[in-house]
Design a protein around this ligand. Structure first.
Ligand SMILES: [Zn+2]
Length: 183
């Protein structure tokens, strides 16, 4: 690099410390399958979900597990599918545990092989970031950009409220699912 003030060259070193991104990008960067039945890398197989009958969308439920043990919302039956919540929040994996999950994954790229869907792992591959010598030692490798996620959620709410063609989440399937849930 060139130091314009001192008018001399110097060697600059850079380090990728963590990534900041929304949830779908997190799936690519962390090689975790963020869609479908195990979309949460904290809950993994212990995730709680409902698949809607008509819209086929997957709804992730029981988020009040993450509240403090005596939080009053835990006892609200009516607001949460007629059930109280007594389970505690799952514990996020440590960075070592994540590394153990992916370090031996061998990925064949391209479309040469037919994938056996029953064997697909929720961890997809060993991320190329692990080629960085320090990457496996980092405590936190990826951060969710909350403002970006909020913007996406807000877009969907606004587009549904204004019934914008092609964007609204309202429709026949949605109405049928609501009726099914007694809403
Ligand atoms: Zn989760």
């Amino acid at each position: 690099m060139f130091d314009a003030f001192r008018k001399e060259m110097f060697e600059m070193r850079a380090m990728l410390f963590c990534t900041i991104n929304d949830f779908p990008a997190y799936g690519n960067l962390n090689s975790y399958n963020v869609k479908g039945h195990h979309a949460c890398p904290i809950c993994e197989e212990n995730i709680s979900y409902i698949q809607l009958k008509h819209g086929r969308k997957i709804v992730y439920s029981r988020h009040h597990r993450f509240l403090t043990p005596n939080h009053p919302y835990r006892r609200l039956k009516k607001a949460f599918n007629e059930s109280q919540e007594h389970d505690i929040a799952p514990i996020p994996l440590t960075s070592e545990q994540v590394y153990q999950r992916v370090q031996h994954l061998n990925t064949v790229f391209g479309k040469t092989q037919k994938k056996d869907k029953s064997k697909t792992c929720i961890w997809k591959k060993r991320s190329i970031f692990f080629d960085l010598l320090y990457w496996s030692d980092l405590d936190v490798r990826h951060c969710i950009d909350v403002m970006h996620v909020e913007k996406n959620v807000c877009d969907n709410v606004i587009e549904t409220l204004h019934n914008i063609q092609g964007k609204t989440k309202d429709g026949l399937n949605t109405r049928q699912d609501l009726a099914e849930m007694g809403i």
